[in-house]
Design a protein around this ligand. Structure first.
Ligand code: BGC
Length: 805
C-alpha cells in the first residue's frame, strides 16, 4: 500500500467516511491526517464547475469555461491527437478552476441512434471510441489531474438509467462494450474511471466483481480509483468489496454506517476498506498537488481557436452535387434557419458548459468574404408550423446565388435523461427545405445534431454539411469549411440508417422494464448493416472532400500494413484511411468486417505519402466463451483498406496462426447470429447464445422500484406521489419541453432517495417506504418516521465525532 502510514493513523469510522463524498462534487478531507478534500467536475466537452448550488443535471449555473465540440463531433475527426489537444486544454481549465477530477470522456457504445446521450459518446465502434478517448485522457492528465472515462459499462440508454439491467452475452460484452474501455485503460492509464448506473446481467456495475475486479483490475491492470456515477451506488459495502472506491455524490452518515456494519458482520473486511482508501488517497494527493501548483491561468482565446479548429476538422461533408461547395469569395448567399442566429452547439444535462463566448453563424459570415443578401429565421425552433416565417425565407432564397439553410435538432431532442423518440428532423424544417429548394435549387443544408438522422429529404438539397454539435466556436468552423478555408475531412463515426426501423436493436431499445435485452449481440452499427446486407443512407466512415485521394501499393502481413495515399486533386486536404479485417470463411461467426486500424494523413495537392498501419493484439481476436479467453481463429484474413466501411480501395490476404481453441458454438443452432440478421432473434436462440434463460422482467416492489413504477404499489400515498410526478411529466411533454428534473425522479429507484439527498434520507427510511409500497401502510409509515429520527441523531453524532477526532 502506498499510503499505509496515513491509513494506520485513522480509525475505521474515519476510513469509511472518506469513501463517500462530502458534497455533490467534493470528497471529504481530514485535516489532522493531512488529507485534503478534492473537487470533481463534469465534464466531457468542457469544465462544468458549479461554484454555487451544485447538481448533476446541469440545472444550476457553472463557472464559464471553453465549450469544445462534443465527443460525437470530435469522433468524426478520427484524430486521437486532436482529442489529446482538447483534453490538454480542458485539463488546464480544470486545474485552473481547482478541479482535481474531470468527469469524462464518455465512451459508451452507440447501440441505438436513439440513446439521448449519444452526443456525449464517440462511436458505434469500440476501437474508434477507445482510441479517441485515450487521446482525451492523455491530454487531461498531462496537467496532473485525473480524467474519468465513463460510464463503465454497457450504459447505452437513458430510460430507467439508474435501474435497468443490461442483459448481454459475454462475447458482445467483451468485444463491443468493453474493448473501448480496455484501450483507454491500457493505453492512457486514467487515474479514475466512473462505474455506470445500470446492472449488467443482474448485478449493478458498481458492485460487479466480474467487471471491476476480474476485468478492470486483474485483466487490464487498472490501479486507480473507481468512482460511482452520481447516485449509482446500490450496496455500498459490496461496491467497496468488489472494487468501487468512492461513492458520489454525498450519501451522508448512512453510507459510513453501512460500511462499519458490513465490517462488523464480516460482509467485508477492514482490508477491503484499506485497499479502497489507498486508491483514493493516491488520487487525492496526486491530483491535489497538481491543482495546488497550477497558475490558475489559461489562454481563453487560444482555447477558442482550438475549439474552432477541432470543429472544422470534424465537419463531415455528406453531399456535394455539382461541386456546389466550396463557395467562391463574393458569392451571394441567403442565410436561413434559426440555428444561424442561435446556434445549437452542445447537448443538455451534466455535460452542458457555461461557455466563455459563443460564435454565431451570422456573425462569422461577416468575415468570410461571402456576400450575404440577408437572414430569415425560416422556422419555429420547437417545431410549430409558421407560414409567415417560411414565406419570408422563400422570398429571401430567390435573391441569392446559394442558400445556406441551417437546420438541426433543437435542445430538448438530445439530452441526458431522455432518449430520442425518433430519428427525424422536425416536419416544419423539412417543409421549409422543400419550399426553399423550389425557390433556389442551390441549397446547402448545414446540419446541427449530435446523432444520426433519417434523411428522406436529401434529394431536396444539393449539398449537406454535418457540423454535429460544434461547441462554442462551431459556427466559425462551419464558415471555414463552406468557404474552403478548411477542406472537410471528417468522416462519420456512426452509420446513418435509412430509417429507424432498419436499426438492429429497434425491438429491444429502449428496454422499458427492469431488463434491456441486447439480443442483437455483436451486430451493432455497421457490423449489422454490412453483415445482414441492409442498405444505409451514409455508411460508417463516410465523408466527402473538396479534393480526391488515390490508394496504391498495399503491402500487408499479420502485424503491419503499408500503402501509399496520393492527393490527386488541386487543394490540400486530409484523408482518413481505414483498415477493416474480414474472414469470409470464418468458422466462428463474426461481423462481415471490423475496424482494426486507421490513420489521418495530411496531404498537399499532388503529394503522396506512405501510410503505415499497425495491427495490434485486437486485430484478429474474438472472445471465446468456452475457454473464457481471447482466441484467434487460424487461417487467412482479408485486410481491407479504404476511405469508408463501404468504399474499400485495396485488399490483401494474410495468414494468421490460430490458438486452436474449440469453436464455442459447435453443435449449437444460431442461424440469426451466423447470418447477422438479428432484428428478431427468437427467445430460444438468444438463450442459446447467452447460455442461460431470459431473466424475468416483472415490476418488483423493493429498493430498486422506480418512482415511475409506484402506480404498481399497494399504497395510496405512493399512488399519489406517482400521480403528481406523472402529471408533471405529461404536462411538460405537452408543453414540448420535457422537465429533466422530473424525468430524472420518475426514472429514479427508491434507493436513490438515500443516495442523493446529502444524508437527509437513510436506507432505513427507504426500507420503510418499500414496506409502505407493499401495503403495510401503518408499519411502513411508522418505520419511516422512526428511521428519520434515528438518522438525524446518528448523523449529528457522526459528524461531531469526525470533526473532533
Ligand atoms: C451523469 C454523469 C455525470 C454525473 C455528475 C450523472 O447523472 O450520468 O455523467 O458525470 O451525473 O454530474
Amino acid at each position: 500500500m502506498k499510503n499505509a502510514e496515513i491509513i494506520q493513523q485513522l480509525n475505521l469510522e474515519q476510513k469509511c467516511a472518506l469513501l463517500s463524498g462530502e458534497t455533490v462534487f467534493t470528497t471529504r478531507g481530514y485535516k489532522k491526517a493531512g488529507i485534503p478534500s478534492i473537487t470533481l467536475s463534469d465534464g466531457p466537452n468542457g469544465v462544468r464547475k458549479q461554484a454555487g448550488a451544485a447538481d448533476h443535471l446541469g440545472l444550476n449555473p457553472s463557472v464559464p469555461a471553453t465549450c469544445f465540440p462534443t465527443a460525437a463531433t470530435v469522433a468524426c475527426s478520427w484524430d486521437p491527437a486532436l482529442g489529446e489537444e482538447i483534453g490538454h486544454a480542458m485539463g488546464e481549465e480544470a486545474a485552473a478552476q481547482e478541479v482535481s477530477v474531470l468527469l469524462g470522456p464518455g465512451l459508451n457504445t452507440k447501440r441505438s441512434p436513439l440513446c439521448g446521450r449519444n452526443f456525449e459518446y464517440f462511436s458505434e465502434d469500440p476501437y474508434l471510441s477507445g482510441k479517441m478517448a485515450a487521446g482525451y485522457v492523455r491530454g487531461i492528465q498531462s496537467e496532473g489531474i485525473s480524467a474519468c472515462p465513463k460510464h463503465f459499462a454497457v450504459n447505452s440508454q437513458e430510460l430507467r438509467r439508474m435501474a435497468s439491467d443490461s442483459v448481454v452475452d459475454e462475447r458482445s460484452l467483451r468485444e463491443l462494450y468493453l474493448t473501448g474501455f480496455e484501450i483507454v485503460v491500457k493505453e492512457a492509464h486514467p487515474k479514475t474511471i466512473m462505474s455506470s448506473y445500470n446492472l449488467i446481467n443482474g448485478t449493478y456495475a458498481n458492485e460487479n466483481a466480474h467487471l471491476l475486479q476480474d476485468i478492470l483490475r486483474k485483466d487490464w491492470g487498472f490501479d486507480g480509483a473507481v468512482v460511482t456515477d452520481w447516485g449509482g451506488s446500490n450496496d455500498h459495502a459490496l461496491g467497496v468489496k468488489n472494487g468501487s472506491t468512492l461513492e458520489m455524490p454525498a450519501p451522508g452518515g448512512d453510507a459510513v454506517r453501512e460500511l462499519l456494519k458490513a465490517v462488523e458482520t464480516g460482509k467485508i473486511t477492514e482490508a477491503d476498506v484499506d485497499a479502497r482508501l489507498d486508491e483514493l488517497l493516491t488520487l487525492v494527493f496526486d491530483t491535489h498537488a497538481a491543482v495546488e501548483n497550477h497558475s490558475r491561468e489559461f489562454d481563453a482565446d487560444a482555447h477558442h481557436a482550438l475549439a474552432r479548429r477541432a470543429a472544422a476538422e470534424s465537419t463531415v461533408l455528406l453531399k456535394n452535387e455539382e461541386g456546389l461547395l466550396p463557395l467562391a469569395a463574393g458569392a451571394r448567399v441567403a442565410v436561413i434557419g434559426d440555428f444561424a442566429e442561435t446556434p445549437r452547439y452542445q447537448g443538455a444535462g451534466s455535460s452542458a458548459v457555461n461557455s466563455i463566448k459563443v460564435d454565431t453563424f451570422l456573425e462569422c459570415l461577416k468575415e468570410s468574404g461571402l456576400n450575404s443578401v440577408g437572414f430569415a429565421a425560416g422556422f419555429d425552433r420547437q417545431g410549430k408550423p409558421d407560414d409567415a416565417k417560411k414565406a419570408e425565407a422563400v422570398a429571401l432564397a430567390k435573391k441569392a446565388d446559394t442558400v445556406l439553410l441551417c437546420l438541426g435538432l433543437d435542445e430538448i431532442k438530445e439530452s441526458e435523461g431522455l432518449d430520442r423518440a425518433d430519428m427525424k428532423l422536425a416536419d416544419n424544417q423539412i417543409e421549409l427545405l422543400q419550399a426553399v429548394q423550389q425557390a433556389n435549387p442551390n441549397t446547402v443544408v448545414v446540419l446541427s445534431a449530435g446523432a444520426s438522422l433519417e434523411t428522406p429529404w436529401l434529394t431536396h438539397c444539393k449539398a449537406l454539411v454535418y457540423g454535429a454539435l460544434g461547441g462554442q466556436a462551431g459556427a466559425g468552423a462551419m464558415v471555414d469549411v463552406l468557404t474552403g478555408k478548411v477542406n472537410p475531412s471528417g468522416k462519420l463515426a456512426e452509420t446513418w440508417a435509412n430509417a429507424y426501423e432498419h436499426t438492429p436493436a429497434k425491438d429491444n431499445f429502449a428496454g422499458k422494464g427492469r431488463t434491456v435485452q441486447y439480443r442483437e449481440g455483436l451486430y451493432v452499427g455497421y457490423r449489422y448493416y454490412q453483415t445482414a446486407g441492409v442498405p444505409v443512407a451514409f455508411p460508417f466512415g463516410y465523408g466527402l472532400s473538396y479534393t480526391n485521394f488515390a490508394y496504391s501499393d498495399l503491402k500487408a502481413d499479420a502485424h503491419s500494413v503499408t500503402l501509399t495515399v496520393k492527393n490527386t486533386g488541386n487543394r490540400a486536404g486530409a484523408e482518413i484511411v481505414q483498415l477493416y479485417i474480414a474472414k469470409p470463411d470464418a468458422k466462428v461467426f463474426r461481423p462481415a468486417q471490423e475496424l482494426k486500424a486507421f490513420a489521418k494523413v495530411q496531404l498537399a495537392a499532388g503529394e503522396s505519402k506512405t501510410v503505415t498501419l499497425t495491427l495490434d493484439d485486437k486485430a484478429f481476436r474474438y472472445w471465446n466463451t468456452k475457454t473464457d479467453s481471447w482466441e484467434v481463429e487460424g487461417g487467412s484474413y482479408e485486410i481491407r483498406v479504404g476511405a469508408s466501411s463501404a468504399d474499400i480501395r485495396l485488399t490483401a490476404v494474410v495468414e494468421v496462426a490460430g490458438t486452436e481453441a474449440p469453436n464455442p458454438y459447435a453443435g449449437k443452432s444460431l442461424p440469426h447470429y451466423e447470418s447477422g440478421k438479428v432484428q428478431s432473434v427468437p427467445d430460444a436462440e438468444w438463450e442459446t447464445l447467452m447460455g442461460c434463460l431470459i431473466p424475468e422482467d416483472k415490476v418488483r416492489i423493493d429498493r430498486n422500484m422506480t418512482l415511475g413504477e409506484l402506480n404498481h404499489s399497494r399504497s395510496p400515498i405512493c399512488w399519489l406521489v406517482w400521480l403528481v410526478l406523472h402529471t408533471l411529466l405529461t404536462a411538460s411533454y405537452k408543453r414540448g419541453k420535457p422537465d429533466l428534473n422530473v424525468m430524472f425522479q420518475y426514472n429514479m429507484p427508491l434507493r436513490a432517495l438515500a443516495k442523493m439527498t446529502n444524508g437527509a434520507i437513510s436506507m432505513g427510511m427507504v426500507d420503510g417506504i418499500v414496506m409502505e409500497a407493499k401495503g403495510f401502510w401503518i408499519i411502513g409509515l411508522c418505520r419511516v418516521i422512526v428511521e428519520a429520527v434515528k438518522n438525524v441523531i446518528l448523523n449529528v453524532q457522526l459528524e461531531g465525532r469526525l470533526r473532533n477526532s
